[in-house]
Design a protein around this ligand. Structure first.
Ligand SMILES: Nc1nc2c(ncn2[C@@H]2O[C@H](COP(=O)(O)OP(=O)(O)OP(=O)(O)O)[C@@H](O)[C@H]2O)c(=O)[nH]1
Ligand SMILES: [Mg+2]
Length: 224
């Protein structure tokens, strides 16, 4: 077997910084560049995923205690904004708190014109939860572009990972090519994610150009 050299990503993240946190809709920022959101159940690895992309260990706070990120945390990644969303499906919180999180998430996704893409994270080791299935249905229903991204791939053998990708894709009614697998521990899949972001940013640029062209005043027609 010949060795496949790891590909260089088309996007390089140089210096990602924290912008702000929002607890409520009125604190959401109005992004001035494309915004990419990261969502997924509590403890799936959202903050670790963001740190992997940023090449930093502590940009987004990680915790082995689920339900840690209760706010929308915004980060400046240079060419785009990244939003770390509160995790859903955490059993050990009160009903009223769950409702509050659901409201925050719903309010966030309702401003869909602000969202260029969503990375919906799911655990590569387990079947998707009912919440994961609901999240995919929600994104599909609201026509918000997303990529299901499996986390913690380092915990599975290559064979098992392949098997799980197939099973999870099928449970979520997606093709296997709509899924990416990653590991924040080893950096596996990071290039695929950066390449996906690059193509999202390229597409956004084309949309902006087209919008600008449409806004240009029409040339005056000569009077007959
Ligand atoms: N082995 C392994 N562990 C991971 C990986 N990603 C995250 N973890 C661990 O999983 C736990 C949760 O990670 P977080 O990044 O805090 O998860 P989160 O989704 O941000 O959690 P909440 O903010 O609480 O919803 C931590 O103990 C991480 O070290 C991974 O790719 N591989
Ligand atoms: Mg988190």
């Amino acid at each position: 077997m010949y060795e496949v050299k790891p590909e260089k990503p088309s996007l390089v993240i140089k210096n990602a910084t924290f912008i702000t946190s929002a607890a409520r809709e009125d604190q959401f920022i109005r992004p001035t560049k494309p915004m990419i959101a990261v969502c997924g159940k509590s403890n799936v690895g959202k903050s670790s995923f963001i740190n992997m992309l940023a090449n930093q260990k502590k940009l987004a706070k990680t915790s082995s205690e689920p339900g840690r990120t209760r706010l929308v945390n915004y980060f400046d990644f240079g060419e785009f904004i990244l939003a770390d969303l509160p995790g859903y499906g955490f059993a050990r919180v009160s009903k009223s708190e769950k409702e509050k999180w659901a409201k925050t998430l719903d309010a966030f996704f309702r401003k869909k014109e602000d969202i260029a893409h969503v990375f919906m994270l799911a655990d590569s080791r387990h079947d998707p939860t009912a919440d994961d299935v609901q999240m995919v249905q929600y994104l599909n229903y609201h026509i918000i572009p997303f990529t299901v991204t499996l986390t913690k791939a380092d915990k599975l053998s290559k064979m098992k990972l392949k098997e799980h990708i197939r099973a999870i894709a099928s449970d979520l009614y997606l093709g296997v090519h709509n899924l990416l697998a990653t590991s924040a521990e080893t950096g596996y899949g990071k290039t695929d994610v950066l390449n996906k972001i690059y193509s999202v940013l390229q597409a956004q640029k084309l949309i902006c150009q087209a919008d600008e062209e449409l806004e240009e005043p029409e040339e005056e027609q000569p009077q007959e």
